[in-house]
Design a binder for this molecule. Sequence first.
Ligand SMILES: Cc1ncc(COP(=O)(O)O)c(C=O)c1O
Length: 439
Amino acid sequence: MTPDTYRVDESHQMWIGGLRVRDLVAKYGTPLYLLDYATIIARIQHYQQALSTLNPPGQAFYAGKAFLSEAMAGLLEEQQMGLDVVSGGELYTALRAGFSPAHIMFHGNVKTRSEIAYALKARVGYLVCDSFEELDRIESEAARLGVTAPVLLRITPGIEAHTHEFIRTGQFDSKFGFGLAEGIADRAITQALEHRHVQLLGFHAHIGSQILDEAPFIHNAQTLLDLSRQWYQSRGWWPEVLNIGGGFGIRYQPQDRPPQLDAVVQQISHLIAKGTPSTMNPPRVFMEPGRSIIAEAGVTVYQVLVKKQVPGGKWYVAVDGGMGDNIRPALYQAEYQAAIDSKADWLPTQRVTVAGRYCETGDVLMREINLPPVAINDTLVVFATGAYNYSMASNYNRVPRPPVVLVDQGQDHLWIARESYEDLVHADRPWTPVAWEPR
Ligand SMILES: Cc1ncc(COP(=O)(O)O)c(C=O)c1O
């Protein structure tokens, strides 16, 4: 839940990455996103170590949708991590940071023709194809550019992961991928094999996000292996790659128990050893973790500016951020834990609802949580906000987005600057009188 380097000192003050939160607030202001380098590195290395036990070694591709910036792409490149991107913008960010295109997986259920051409020209390692239209577009763009497109087909395996319906993606009734039912996936494989400028390297399936048990991941790998075996038996085709997606859950609440990565990888290793035909090489296993790399590395720091008791006795405290920097509570009832700097280990004696500053009744960050007595100007720290917070942030109400600061061993590094009012109007063009008669 908290970053690995989080600690509270004798005077109840919070430290992250060897720095006092209070000093970071004095330097950068609030709201403020902090990322702990040690936590990110530990999570990356855990995936790399676990996947290195496979034969052939697997590969992790960090899902950039969780959080991406040029500095993040640089860190990933330095750690020799792969990267999953879903748009021309994410691809541009990675390439600008000098990220190796061969280690990029280009995803997305709607890729425009120009995004496909951009990815092919950049020579990304893999394109994950999501629809029949896209398969044809990839073929025609690859033919036009005189290249061969390295393709994985996204399969919808019909697995219902136990997570919020908005972040479930593996069930047949989904906008993603080719369903295994009704021969849809088989038709896609047939077409991919017929296309002259497509090289079908294997399959991908991502079943959802914030999944807390191991079984769906094993089930997913087994489903992709079964499909591969059917194709080997009927047509002699066998995949080089099976990508089982991301989705490992994290601790948003103290009682959350994330799945055991090593146990999952070990079971997949057995499945692959058992399921690979004796005449073929075992496929490489890819994973695409996003949240489980970055979420717990991050916290968001706010200042409490309003406190009110409403008729009936309920207490609201309101902070200087909210749904503009963290849309998840409003989008899918995500729940967070928080603490107050300088009171971090005090007894929680007050039940409060933490609201944001945006003009929506639904702009509530945490409902009815227990905190020590909250005072105006207190610094409120919300935990596990590293994933899908900054990356989903908006300028609703024309509020500038907060900065992102990486902390490590007593040093702070500005990764993304706070937006200014000037940034907000950057793309605006001034009013010019319209040509027709005024009304
Ligand atoms: C295709 C795909 N891969 C990977 C991820 C990353 O998932 P998570 O952040 O839960 O690990 C997602 C998330 O939506 C996804 O859609």
